[in-house]
Ligand binder design. Structure first.
Ligand code: CO
Length: 134
């Protein structure tokens, strides 16, 4: 069911210094910051030949990554995003398998303008998984 690794998301406290780290130290192409009010984060995208890295900085009071950064002061890998062909079929299959979908269970529009869902990390080896319709 799952396809390509679309991106690895890393939570950071300071997008400016993290952008510099990826751009200057690691020599990557980093996009301009994109505020995502719906998701409580500001994102930059880093295009690699085989996948993307997204750096997430908290945005607003109730950012879903604020707690994560309290526990991980240096930042850290926050989630992995796998592509699926049909997000509703994938969701229904996962629910049938006993997996938990976060939030309402209805897809939201993600950072790439496509429908996304998040799966409960306790059901997936302690890893938060995002599914994105390819
Ligand atoms: Co993501």
């Amino acid at each position: 069911m799952i396809g390509r690794l679309n991106h690895v998301a890393i939570a950071v406290k300071d997008l400016v210094s993290s952008t510099r780290l990826y751009r200057e130290t690691l020599g990557a192409n980093v996009s301009a910051p994109l505020p995502q009010l719906d998701h409580g984060v500001t994102v930059v995208f880093i295009e690699l030949p085989n996948t993307k890295i997204e750096l997430l900085e908290p945005l607003g009071e109730a950012s879903p990554i604020a707690k994560f950064l309290e526990k991980n002061a240096d930042g850290g890998i926050h989630h992995l995003c796998y592509e699926v062909e049909d997000i509703l079929a994938a969701r229904d299959h996962l629910i049938g398998q006993g997996a938990r979908i976060l939030g309402t269970g209805e897809p939201k529009i993600g950072a790439h303008g496509k429908p996304v869902l998040f799966l409960h990390p306790k059901d997936f080896n302690g890893t938060l998984i995002e599914l994105e319709q390819a």
